[in-house]
Design a protein around this ligand. Structure first.
Ligand code: FPP
Length: 251
């Protein structure tokens, strides 16, 4: 069955989906393989998620690929993940350009190894005018660090007279986050059974629908993604209003 027929019942589609890609390590260990084997399979799930999002018309996809805490993992695993990332960027550049995908990075880019950062910068530059799908890779990302950085930048502007404290509102704060200019995620997916946010997009996820699945990330492929979108389509989002108010607004 073609994907366009499959998605008829996925209305409304989220504009922005964020994913915590969890469970690569456990998936590999269950198979008595090294953790990196799980990350490799996870990279294939990343390719499939991006392809699926683009085909069905999701406009923003944000993937938690490496957290500020992940630097504490054994150096061999960190090295392996950085290698996979570079490999992914290299191999996907042409596909991204052909398919109108714009790459952005949320996180402390300056902490990444030089070769990964250079590759990342060149893909970001090469895809900056694309507008079909914005793919945000979160690398050395932590939500608290992101918010502290925003507060520091805003206070600097206040001290220099560029801003007044009364100017600070939701919008201004959002504009100082990595996600500036993008809508907040409508849907958060976390794979592999854990039900927590783990310092991911704490500000931006304020009104997101949360979807947790037991499926580990390496097995989260197109059908599992479509199942999450189907569940999202069936939920009623009220943004603090009553159900009746929301229905009137939507009719
Ligand atoms: C969580 O699994 C996953 C990560 C820390 C890394 C995510 C990386 C990828 C999906 C592959 C490379 C990324 C790209 C963009 C190509 P875990 O290791 O924490 O799993 P566990 O909880 O079972 O140990």
């Amino acid at each position: 069955m073609g994907i366009m027929r499959e998605i008829q019942h996925l209305d409304p589609l989220p504009r922005h989906v964020a994913i915590i890609m969890d469970g690569n390590g456990r998936w590999a260990q269950q198979r008595r393989r090294p953790r990196l084997f799980g990350h490799k399979a996870g990279a294939d799930s990343v390719r499939e998620a991006v392809e699926t999002a683009r085909k069905i018309g999701i406009r923003h996809l944000t993937l938690y690929a490496f957290s500020t805490e992940n630097w504490q993992r054994p150096s061999l695993e960190v090295k392996g993940l950085m290698g996979l990332l570079k490999n992914y960027l290299q191999s996907e550049l042409d596909t991204m350009k052909e398919n109108g995908i714009r790459l952005e990075c949320f996180g402390q880019k300056d902490r990444l190894p030089d070769d990964v950062r250079n590759m990342l910068d060149s893909v970001i530059a090469a895809t900056k005018d694309s507008s079909q799908l914005c793919l945000n890779l979160c690398l050395s990302y932590g939500s608290r660090a992101e918010m502290i950085r925003a507060v520091q930048e805003i206070s600097r502007k206040c001290a220099e007279g560029e801003l007044k404290s009364e100017d600070i509102d939701d919008q201004l704060f959002s504009d100082h986050l990595y996600s500036t200019g993008q809508p907040d995620p409508d849907l958060l997916i976390r794979t592999s059974g854990e039900q927590r946010l783990s310092n991911f997009l704490l500000w931006q996820l304020s009104y997101a629908e949360l979807y947790f699945t037991e499926i580990p990330w390496p097995e989260f492929r197109r059908d599992q993604f479509l199942a999450a979108l189907e569940e999202y389509a069936g939920r009623q989002r009220r943004f603090g209003k009553t159900g009746a108010q929301t229905e009137t607004a939507n009719s």
